[in-house]
Design a protein around this ligand. Structure first.
Ligand SMILES: NC(=O)C[C@H](N)C(=O)O
Length: 196
């Protein structure tokens, strides 16, 4: 894994377009940053409540049972320069193995790293738990063991899936055959027929 200066150098060497950092700062975020300047308060307020979850995760399974995951994030507000969160760390923010499934996580990165959340979920699956139970158990464990809240989307090679969270809300959606499932609040499971 490359971070900081080394990551920039590598990106430049393969021709990734760069923009000045201030182009990435919005007025809204500047105001939010002023409001939540204290790191601990910011973390406790944001990750153990409903706000500030900007992470985008995706998982997929194909008709041959191959699974994949991807996780992208802006990290957390007030993070230290040089922080590497859970999202790029294999086994933490995401994991995919054709023998058990694919996972993408969101939530308080330091907590996710401590319990290696994505791998923890799949190890429960390997021990015979359902995708839904494995997610629930692992997120519960993260809450009890390190007081962190978060969420995970999981899919098995046979197409079982779950979207589970211990934060107040998590926006999720799943496409299965010709149905789009989606939700935001706990226990919310809405569906819509996908048009061809
Ligand atoms: N919103 C998030 O999921 C943040 C991410 N997990 C991080 O801590 O970097």
């Amino acid at each position: 894994m490359l971070a900081g200066k080394g990551a920039n150098q590598f990106a430049e060497s393969i021709g990734v377009n760069t923009v000045p950092t201030d182009k990435l700062v919005t007025e809204y975020e500047k105001k939010e940053w002023e409001k939540h300047k204290k790191y601990i308060v910011g973390v406790m307020e944001e990750f153990n409540t409903k706000w500030a979850h900007d992470t985008v995760g995706a998982i997929a399974v194909d008709c041959a049972g191959n699974v994949a995951c991807a996780t992208s994030t802006g990290g957390i507000r007030n993070k230290m320069v040089g922080r590497v969160g859970d999202s790029p760390c294999i086994g933490c923010g995401g994991y995919a193995d054709n023998s058990s499934g694919a996972v993408s996580c969101t939530g308080h990165g330091e907590s996710i790293l401590k319990v290696t959340l994505a791998r923890l979920i799949l190890s429960h699956v390997e021990q015979g738990r359902s995708i839904a139970d494995a997610s629930q158990l692992s997120l519960q464990h993260m809450g009890e063991r390190v007081q962190g809240a978060g969420g995970a989307i999981v899919v098995s090679p046979s197409g079982q899936w779950a979207a589970t969270f211990t934060t107040e809300r998590m926006a999720w959606a799943a496409a299965e055959d010709d149905v789009l499932w989606f939700g935001l609040n706990p226990k919310e499971r809405l569906k819509e027929k996908l048009s061809q």
